[in-house]
Every structure is written in structure tokens, then in C-alpha cells.
Design a protein around this ligand. Structure first.
Ligand code: GUN
Length: 279
């Protein structure tokens, strides 16, 4: 059996087209502030994409490129100013931040209803209490892609490899909310394959190129690869796509899987943030 490839790019295009027509009919444009500190090449690429997507959909976008040596107080001041601006509905501070800055302090200073990343304690906490308002874009992308296969999540064994606050933990919470039996694995997990082999749904977000191989995957499972690793100018995932597609039922490619969907979910969150501002 060869897995069906989940075409994240195509699914995202449809979402983006829907958003375009929605935004066209709005009197006020949703406003997104993108804050980039320093010149981490990967972060620059991500923010470039986010800016391009926002403009394509018709959002009002303000981008701030800040010096890598900026101090915490100045960055806090910028976030506070953006919190006050009525034409800015969403604020995204690209991570990682330089080491002189406490990233938690900066994220915590974003007003929760403008937190389009869903990273503030209130928004992450709301995931736990099943009162989701703004959820992290990548976790939303993962859930959307699983549901696009038509597989029912309820009662399934879901294994998430990776426990980051930005991807692994929120994804696990959202799968739990959908009544999956969830296991979170991480770098200290013993016998990783023992867990992954039981997964009907396997989400891999640990940043280790080709960590998951064919022998670690259950026949017919849904495999979602969140990894983006650069190897010799090529992007590769955390899943060994070529071997795993021989056993999985569905699999996302890298690139063209979770990445474009995450971008689409961020735009959706920005529209939602504007609706929240009107409440
Ligand atoms: N760095 C890598 N992914 C993300 C993301 O989704 N949001 C932010 N703010 N920074 C990131």
C-alpha cells in the first residue's frame, strides 16, 4: 500500500481564496503587525512569507525590523504601542528572540485578543479548559489536515513527538479535546518506536531530520510531519517520507504539507482577532 499524500498547499489555497473574498467585503481591513528582531535567516524567510500572504489576502500589514541588540524595554514599549492601536488587530513577534530578551515576558505582554499566535498564557490555558479563542496556527493546521482525511479522531491513539509550547503541547491538547487517546513523546522518551507503532495518528514536531522511519509507523495511520529541516539546500521533514509512505494511510509532504496550512491558519486567526476586538 502507498499512502495518500495530503496536499497542504492545495487545501491552504482554498482557505486563502475564501479569506480573500471575505476581506474584500469588509469595510475595515484586519490589521496584522509583524515584529522581527535581528537577522536570523530562517525567521526572515518566515516573516517574509507572512507579510506576502497578508498583503495577498488584503490585510493591513505593518512590519517592524528591529536591531538584534534592541533592549527588552524598547521591545516591550513597541508591543504596548501595538496593543493600543485600533487598526492593529493581531500582533506576531517572531521567535526565537535574541538572548538578552526574555521571550516569555514579551509574549505575555501581547493582549490575549491580539495574540494571533495563541502563545500567551491565557490562550494556551484556554486550550486546556476547552474554551479555545485563539489557538496556535500550527496546531490548528495539524488538526485541519487530520480532519481533511475523513478519519474520525474520537477514540484513536494519537502520538505527538515533541513537547514544545508552540506546537507539541497545544496539538496534544487539541487532539485530547477531540477525544483521542493522546501520548506525548520527547527527547527523553525510552523506546520511541514502541509508542509510535501504536499511533493511528502520528504527529512529529521535534526538529530531527528523518527521525521517524517505516518500521516505527502503524499500517494505515495518518502521519503529519511538522518538521522543517534544511539539508544541503533542501527542506526535509522529521519523517522519512519515502519509506513511511509505504506503510502509512495518509502522509503530509515537506514542503507542501503543514507549512502552507500554518500560514493560512495565521491569516484566519487575524480575522478572528478583528472579530474579537468588536465584542
Ligand atoms: N518561530 C517559528 N514558528 C513560529 C510561529 O509560529 N510564530 C512565531 N511568532 N515565531 C515562530
Amino acid at each position: 500500500m502507498t499512502a495518500e499524500i495530503i496536499d497542504g498547499k492545495k487545501i491552504a489555497e482554498k482557505i486563502i481564496n475564501d479569506l480573500k473574498s471575505k476581506v474584500k467585503n469588509l469595510k475595515e481591513k484586519p490589521g496584522l503587525a509583524l515584529v522581527l528582531v535581528g537577522n536570523n535567516p530562517a525567521s526572515e524567510i518566515y516573516v517574509n512569507f507572512k507579510e506576502k500572504d497578508s498583503k495577498e489576502v488584503g490585510l493591513y500589514c505593518e512590519r517592524f525590523n528591529l536591531d538584534k541588540d534592541i533592549n527588552e524595554m524598547d521591545l516591550l514599549k513597541l508591543v504596548n504601542d501595538l496593543n493600543q492601536k485600533t487598526n492593529i488587530h493581531g500582533i506576531l513577534v517572531q521567535l526565537p528572540l535574541p538572548k538578552q530578551i526574555d521571550a516569555n515576558l514579551i509574549i505575555d505582554s501581547i493582549l490575549p485578543h491580539k495574540d494571533v499566535d495563541g502563545f500567551t498564557p491565557l490562550n494556551l490555558g484556554n486550550l486546556v479548559s476547552e474554551n479555545t479563542i485563539l489557538a496556535p496556527a500550527t496546531a490548528r493546521a495539524v488538526l485541519y489536515l487530520i480532519e481533511s482525511t475523513g478519519m474520525e479522531i474520537k477514540g484513536k491513539n494519537a502520538v505527538v513527538v515533541g513537547r514544545s509550547n508552540t506546537v507539541g503541547k497545544p496539538t496534544a491538547m487539541m487532539l485530547l479535546e477531540k477525544n483521542a487517546t493522546v501520548t506525548i513523546c520527547h527527547s527523553k522518551t525510552k523506546n520511541l518506536a514502541e509508542h509510535t507503532k501504536k499511533a493511528d495518528i502520528l504527529v512529529v514536531a521535534c526538529g530531527k531530520p528523518r527521525l521517524v522511519t517505516k518500521d516505527m509507523v502503524k499500517q494505515g495511520s495518518v502521519v503529519i510531519d511538522v518538521g522543517i529541516n534544511r539539508e544541503g539546500g533542501k527542506l526535509i521533514g522529521d519523517v522519512d517520507f519515502e519509506s513511511v509512505k509505504e506503510v502509512a494511510g495518509y502522509i503530509t509532504p515537506v514542503p507542501g504539507g503543514v507549512g502552507p496550512m500554518t500560514r493560512a491558519m495565521l491569516l484566519q486567526n487575524t480575522l478572528k482577532a478583528m472579530e474579537l476586538a468588536k465584542r
